[in-house]
Ligand binder design. Structure first.
Ligand SMILES: [Zn+2]
Length: 249
C-alpha cells in the first residue's frame, strides 16, 4: 500500500509462488512503478474497481509497458481502458493461489465492483466504502448504494478493508455530528486524529470497526435517527438523508 495523488492509496498484491503481481486500480503510474521497483516485482495484472480516472487512468500506460492483464467490471467494460477480462457479481477471479470473489456494488458509479479475497481476509472496495464514510452517489440511487453496502456487512467481521482514499479524519468529523453519543465513534475519532497528526494511514480498516462507527452502515442507530428526526423511517430513507447531509458537510 502506498499513498499517491492528493489522497488516493495504491495497492499491490503479490503471489510469491506463482510470481504474480496485481495493482488494485491505477491511480498514478509513477507511484505504482516505484512501488513495484522497491519490491522487485513485475506487474502481471490490474484489478479495476471502477472507471474514474484516479482508478483506471494509468491502465493503458501500464499495459503498454508490462503487457499486464486488465480485469474490470463487466457492467462498465466500455469505460475501463484496455479491459481484457470482464467480471461481475458472483464470479471468482483466480489470482495464482488466491481467489477473489466479485461483488457488484453500484452507487458511486453504476459499474463499480469490489474484490473479496476471503481466505486472506482482505477486501478491496474502491470508492464504495470508506473508513467512517461511503462514496458519493455519482451514478446511483441511495437504494442501490445501501444494497451494495449490505453485501459487505455479510463478510466476516475481521475482514480488512482497503478503501481507495484517505478521507477518514473528515469522515469522522461528520460522523460525530450525526451520532454524537456513539462512544466507539468518539474513541475512534481521537485515535484517527493521533494517527493523522503523525502522518500515518488509517487504512486498512476492519469491518467490525466500521459496523460500530460508520454512520452509513448504521441506519438503524437510535442516536442517528434521533439526530435526523427520523425515528420511524426506513433504513434506506435514513441512509439517503445521511448521505445528503454529508454532501453538504
Ligand atoms: Zn471514484
Amino acid at each position: 500500500m502506498f499513498p499517491c495523488l492528493a489522497d488516493n492509496y495504491g495497492f499491490l498484491i503479490h503471489d510469491r509462488r506463482a510470481d504474480l503481481t496485481a495493482a488494485i486500480d491505477t491511480p498514478d503510474v509513477t507511484a505504482i512503478e516505484k512501488a513495484l521497483a522497491a519490491k522487485q516485482w513485475t506487474l502481471t495484472h490490474i484489478l479495476n474497481t471502477h472507471h474514474h480516472w484516479d482508478h483506471a487512468g494509468g491502465n493503458l500506460e501500464l499495459k503498454k509497458r508490462t503487457g499486464c492483464l486488465i480485469v474490470g467490471p463487466r457492467a462498465d467494460a466500455s469505460r475501463i481502458p484496455g479491459i481484457d477480462v470482464q467480471v461481475g457479481e458472483g464470479d471468482v477471479f483466480e489470482f495464482g493461489n488466491h481467489n477473489a470473489r466479485i461483488y457488484d456494488t453500484p452507487g458511486h458509479t453504476r459499474g463499480h465492483i469490489a474484490y473479496l479475497f476471503a481466505t486472506d481476509g482482505v477486501a478491496f472496495v474502491g470508492d464504495t466504502l470508506f473508513a467512517m464514510g461511503c462514496g458519493r452517489l455519482f451514478e446511483g440511487t441511495p437504494e442501490q448504494m445501501w444494497t451494495s453496502l449490505q453485501k459487505f456487512m455479510q463478510w466476516p467481521d475481521d475482514t480488512r478493508i482497503y478503501c481507495a482514499h484517505e478521507y477518514t479524519q473528515k469522515n469522522a468529523r461528520f460522523a460525530l455530528t450525526v451520532e454524537p453519543h456513539n462512544r466507539d465513534l468518539i474513541r475512534r475519532a481521537a485515535e484517527v486524529d493521533t494517527l493523522r497528526a503523525k502522518g500515518m494511514p488509517t487504512i486498512p480498516t476492519r469491518l467490525d470497526i466500521e459496523k460500530k462507527t460508520n454512520p452509513f452502515l448504521r441506519p438503524g442507530s437510535p442516536d442517528l435517527r434521533r439526530t435526523l428526526n427520523m425515528t420511524d423511517a426506513g433504513d434506506v430513507e435514513v441512509f439517503a438523508k445521511t448521505r445528503e447531509l454529508k454532501d453538504r458537510f
